[in-house]
Write a protein that binds this ligand. Structure first.
Ligand SMILES: [Zn+2]
Ligand SMILES: [Zn+2]
Length: 404
């Protein structure tokens, strides 16, 4: 352990691969070195801003390393005439930040750090609307229209990350189109100055210009986290424990969500049978079923896989590959798309159990309108909104379970 800690302190690349595509993490995992796995995962998650390490190396700009991953659409590069004075400011600010970084070896914490040595204080005010102070990441030292994305403001819903940490993580996903400074003083479209000095018009969520299905926090989902979850499961298997047990949580299901309407009770009966069947299957075979259809016919009749409320519809989320099934089996081996790509839904849910414990849904039914029925891993049934996590954590961000 001491050697591993020493190596990590030396800033080795823990994501390096051997010619067999093994990483230090996969090797440690393969050899059952649990403490090493935990340490490496911690290291990777903490090192979410890899550019931060590069910054320590002399002579390199924090802003230079970003790759060209996306093209800015041509129409977003056509800046209307009336915004050009602001563009002039942004270009001056860019030059000042680069100059500051070159001389001081770090980025300014705030744009006001550039005044007066690198910039006049008038340059911090958008000519279009010099009265307004910026409400996002407001500068603590002087009036400033601009939103400095690499400030050291702490972000409330990103667990104490600074705005800069987050932007550096986003550089891994978006490369050099990540905004360094933005101006919101021009109506619906914002002006964005990128880390490599270009200026474009962006919607409020600039990410959607490049990745329409982006969800906040997506940049924090690292491959290594998926591997870590696999190791959590492996440990449970070793201990001969049920994967569905032992998860604790500080959350309580609200009372009104436990009051299931009469017309849903026949579905509740199915869900209880399914829970018993899954537990029985796991006890006999030492693993969870990959699909609910694996339970048929030995543990469950195939009729139980159809919600009595709407037995015609096949479930569209992770559909069962073998037979008609109304239910969403959250612990299936279906691969997740979007931000969780490469993870199975089961790995994702095991990760969420670290945050939500036994309240994570094992099976859900969406055949009853707005509210879904959720069967938890510990066998309780509640009414949940589509995003069940919001019932317990209204400000949950996708991937948050990977940060805890
Ligand atoms: Zn402006
Ligand atoms: Zn149902």
């Amino acid at each position: 352990m001491a050697i591993v800690e020493l190596l990590l302190a030396e800033d080795v690349d823990v994501t390096a691969k051997t010619d067999k595509s093994e990483t230090p993490l996969s090797l440690a995992k393969g050899n059952g070195h649990r403490q090493v796995v935990e340490l490496l995962v911690q290291h990777v998650v903490r090192d979410i801003a890899p550019a931060g390490a590069r910054q320590a190396k002399p002579g390199k700009s924090l802003l230079d390393g970003a790759a060209a991953k996306f093209t800015i659409p041509k129409r977003n590069l056509e800046i209307p005439e009336q915004m050009l004075p602001c563009v002039v400011n942004l270009r001056r600010i860019y030059a000042a930040i680069k100059e500051y970084e070159k001389e001081k070896g770090k980025l300014p914490d705030w744009l006001s750090d550039l005044v007066p040595e690198y910039l006049t204080k008038e340059m911090l005010l958008c000519p279009h609307n010099p009265v307004h102070n910026n409400r996002n990441n407001p500068d603590p030292n002087m009036p400033c229209s601009y939103n400095y994305q690499f400030s050291v403001t702490r972000l409330g819903n990103f667990k104490g990350m600074t705005s800069r940490d987050r932007k550096m993580a986003q550089m891994r996903l978006f490369g050099n189109v990540v905004p360094l400074v933005r101006c919101r003083m021009h109506g619906q479209m914002w002006l964005a100055l990128t880390v490599n000095g270009r200026v474009y018009l962006s919607p409020i969520m600039w990410e959607h210009l490049f990745m329409p299905d982006y969800v906040p926090g997506q940049e924090l989902l690292v491959q290594h986290a998926a591997e870590a979850f696999a190791s959590v499961e492996a440990q449970q298997v070793k201990r001969g424990k049920s994967r569905l047990e032992g998860a604790t949580t500080t959350f309580t299901i609200p009372k009104q969500n436990l009051e299931i309407p009469e017309q849903m009770q026949s579905c509740v009966v199915n869900l209880r049978r399914i829970h018993a069947a899954i537990k029985e299957y796991e006890k006999d075979r030492g693993k969870l079923p990959d699909w609910l259809s694996d339970l048929v016919p030995e543990y469950l009749s195939k009729e139980r896989l159809l919600c009595p409320h709407n037995p015609v519809h096949n479930n569209r989320n992770y559909p069962d590959p073998k037979m008609p099934c109304s239910y969403i089996y959250e612990f299936s081996v279906a691969r997740r798309g979007g931000p969780y790509k490469d993870m199975t839904t089961r790995e994702h849910k095991i990760g969420q159990m670290r945050l939500f414990g036994g309240l994570v849904p094992l099976v859900r039914c969406r055949m009853h309108g707005q509210m879904w029925l959720a069967l938890t891993v510990d066998g309780r049934i509640y009414l949940s909104p589509i995003m069940w996590v919001h019932l317990f954590m209204p400000d949950y961000i996708v991937g948050q379970e990977l940060l805890d």
